[in-house]
Design a protein around this ligand. Structure first.
Ligand SMILES: Cc1cc2nc3c(=O)[nH]c(=O)nc-3n(C[C@H](O)[C@H](O)[C@H](O)COP(=O)(O)OP(=O)(O)OC[C@H]3O[C@@H](n4cnc5c(N)ncnc54)[C@H](O)[C@@H]3O)c2cc1C
Length: 408
């Protein structure tokens, strides 16, 4: 068959969640097209944190929705997603971060996200490696957790398949077929596929694909990375996620050891036109050695994690997230082209937001509106940008850095 009600380009966590949500709400025909293997892009490399507390108010209902959808998927499939509901402990050690955290606590309560102020004893259980003397304020979000984002992507895909969604892997969308200002479908090496609705969820390549029809998608590929330690009893057996914005770092338990993510003050940013189509063997470095990046962060992180110097780091994982100049996602219809929708600019939170993003796109397409939608997601909010221009790339890298930049 070559006609579908909806075609989704990109088989990562966002494309998969959108397919699941549209198929759950309708009997429409849907095709998901992935040019490599499903879930082989950023969705196979993430640290898998699902965080509902956020400094971006617009994201909170989306992350909440993801936590709901995880249980829904488990029920539908009769299979666990292995969501480790450890909670997340957010720590502040400067006046500015204390005030940011207090406002996060207030906002979380407004959105009915569970949050509490943990005791020193609780903190010690959740992060026995932590130097509590640094902490001026802490908040605990008990329903946060972490998971394997590859596994969650496959849960979305399996549930979508049960609802009748069709999939093609190792097949790229090469062109958009358009009639005036109306979407008609896509072209591929295996022929044309027709549809009045096209949803672009191609991760860091979305801006490049959309540029074929001169639609500017204001995102840039920015590096994210983390290191893993070997197992160590000192890290405790009941650990939670910790977020330490003062030193631009986060941790979560990983097989008896710790996963340590370090957010750089000057983020490496890339031109989407120069990326390979498969990132399997692509290492997003600018010539630096990743151990140097880690070593350079020791003096900051040791304020919270005094024994970092004796930690045995054994692995390094890196990948690309797509960032926007204002740190908000890009989501919704493209006003100028009838039937074109985009879900991109994940800003490093695509796993956390996946349930909300899928739900929003399905509601906008099928009902014309979504209660979870915020105007801060509008794809055209930056006007006519050139997503490959150096100044633009630097703005996106700055937005990434600001997420974690140390406050003076
Ligand atoms: C190191 C790292 C750590 C992270 N940690 C977290 C975290 O803890 N929590 C969190 O919420 N987020 C995290 N993220 C971000 C998260 O991984 C992403 O937001 C999410 O995976 C994006 O999903 P996606 O579906 O948009 O992109 P992808 O998973 O990259 O999928 C896009 C897919 O589209 C396909 N595609 C592109 N163009 C075409 C085409 N023309 N035709 C067919 N297919 C095409 C690609 O092959 C790719 O498979 C992290 C990211 C990285 C790199």
């Amino acid at each position: 068959m070559s006609f579908y009600d909806h075609i989704i380009v990109g088989g990562g966590i966002l494309g998969a969640s959108i397919a699941f949500h549209i198929s759950k709400k309708s009997n429409d025909t849907i095709l998901v097209l992935e040019r490599n293997d499903f879930a082989s892009g950023a969705s196979s490399r993430s640290a898998g944190l699902v965080l509902q507390g956020s400094t971006k108010k617009s994201n909170i209902p989306l992350a909440k929705k993801t936590v709901e959808v995880i249980s829904q998927l488990e029920q539908e499939l009769g299979e666990t997603v292995e969501y480790h509901k450890t909670g997340s402990l957010r720590l502040a050690s400067s006046k500015e971060r204390v005030s940011e955290l207090n406002s996060m606590i207030e906002t979380a309560s407004l959105f009915d996200v569970d949050v509490s102020v943990p005791s020193d004893q609780d903190i010690n259980k959740m992060a026995p490696w932590l130097n509590q003397e640094e902490i001026q304020q802490a908040a605990f979000f008990p329903s946060d957790g972490y998971l394997d984002s590859y596994r969650l992507t496959w849960h979305y895909l399996k549930a979508a398949k049960n609802n009748g969604v069709k999939f093609r892997s190792n097949l790229a969308a090469t062109e958009v077929i358009i009639d005036g200002s109306k979407i008609c479908g896509i072209d591929t090496a295996d022929g044309k596929f027709f549809s009045p609705n096209l949803i672009l969820a191609g991760g860091v390549w979305t801006s490049l694909f959309a540029s074929k029809i001169k639609v500017p998608i204001a995102t840039a590929p920015v590096r994210s990375h983390y290191w893993l330690t070997e197992p160590n009893l000192d890290y405790g057996s009941a650990g939670s996620i910790t977020i330490m914005p003062d030193v631009s770092a986060y941790t979560r338990p990983e097989l008896g050891g710790l996963l340590l993510g370090v957010q750089e003050n000057e983020c490496a940013v890339f031109d989407a036109r120069k990326l390979p189509e498969d990132l399997q063997y692509f290492s997003p470095t600018l010539g630096e050695d990743h151990w140097d990046i880690l070593l350079n962060s020791y003096s900051d992180i040791s304020r919270f994690f005094p024994k970092i110097e004796s930690a045995n780091f054994s692995s390094y994982i890196s990948g690309l997230s797509s960032y926007t100049p204002d740190g908000e996602i890009i989501l919704g219809p493209i006003a100028e082209i009838d039937g074109l929708y985009v879900a991109a600019g994940d800003c490093g939170s695509g796993v956390s937001l996946s349930g909300g993003i899928g739900s929003i796109i399905s509601e906008i397409i099928l009902d014309g509106e979504s209660d979870l939608y915020s105007s801060s997601f509008k794809p055209n909010r930056f006007g006519k940008v050139d997503p490959f221009n150096e100044e633009f790339l630097n703005k996106c890298a700055m937005a990434r850095s600001k997420k974690s930049r140390k406050m003076k």
